[in-house]
Design a protein around this ligand. Structure first.
Ligand SMILES: [Fe+2]
Length: 260
């Protein structure tokens, strides 16, 4: 197996808004926080080859929200791949941002596919319109199954809702509620790296053959205590985002960038 090095930045849950925050939880200065992340990315040398955003780019998803996101991400010269989250709106996201997103597929769902030397990334749209939970219906899983027939040796799956359990009943009831079992069957043929969001807290899992990573949120984060069954409390823990550094031998180093 031989491939070039690839550096992938994983962002999630930016919750940007212009007029009104749908959650009521995104801070008024979120656009300046995101500007700080963009400037941190720009300061990296070498530059990441790709930025992946695993959903909730917007906090409500008006067309103006996506124009703001477009403007904030404009200094970045690398490709950006993104999937929608439950606080995004598919039509507005495609309209406002579609031509800035790399690998975005045609059709109802905002799926993506990016192939590089040695690396394939598939973005899965797990949104249920009008609901916080996510779903992978048979149509979406058929698409995934088809795309996985031909991939590069290192395969990343990007989706907003984590397909694995966190062990916290509040989060697990609020996460992927359809398609978990078949998703697992489809991906089990070979190891995958699954990049998600939605939980607003950095969390990593070895899930059978697969590595899974939930990215934190620069807007607001929760404090999911290991083993606790209580509803996670919101707390302002320091934000960091991961850089996945794919190596020629197929290993992947995960670096953390702390934003103060
Ligand atoms: Fe979110």
């Amino acid at each position: 197996m031989s491939m070039t090095l690839m550096l992938i930045a994983h962002l999630s849950d930016l919750h940007l808004y212009t007029e009104r925050s749908e959650t009521g939880q995104a801070p008024a200065n979120i656009r300046y926080i995101v500007e700080g992340i963009v400037s941190d990315l720009l300061g990296l040398q070498p530059q990441p080859d790709l930025v992946v955003i695993s959903g909730d780019l917007a906090d409500g998803g008006t067309e103006e929200d996506y124009l703001l996101i477009r403007q904030l991400l404009a200094p970045l010269t690398m490709p950006i791949m993104a999937v929608p989250g439950n606080h995004d709106r598919r039509e507005a996201m495609r309209l406002g941002l579609g031509d800035r997103l790399t690998g975005l597929q045609e059709g109802k769902f905002l799926h993506s596919r990016v192939d590089a030397d040695g690396v394939t990334l598939l973005g899965l749209d797990s949104v249920i319109v009008g609901q916080p939970q996510g779903a992978l219906c048979s149509k979406r899983l058929d698409w995934l199954e088809g795309e996985l027939r031909k991939t590069q040796p290192l395969t990343f799956l990007v989706m907003h809702h984590p397909p694995f359990m966190t062990g916290n009943p509040h989060w697990d009831a609020y996460s992927l509620i359809e398609g978990r079992e078949r998703f697992r069957q489809i991906i089990d043929a070979s190891p995958k790296r699954i990049l998600c969001g939605h939980i607003h807290q950095p969390l990593h899992i070895q899930w059978g053959l697969h590595y899974g990573a939930i990215a934190g949120s620069p807007a607001f984060q929760y404090n999911l205590v290991p083993g606790s069954k209580a509803a996670p409390a919101e707390n302002q823990v320091a934000y960091s985002y991961p850089l996945h550094h794919c190596q020629p031998d197929g290993s992947v180093l995960v670096h953390l960038r702390h934003i103060t």
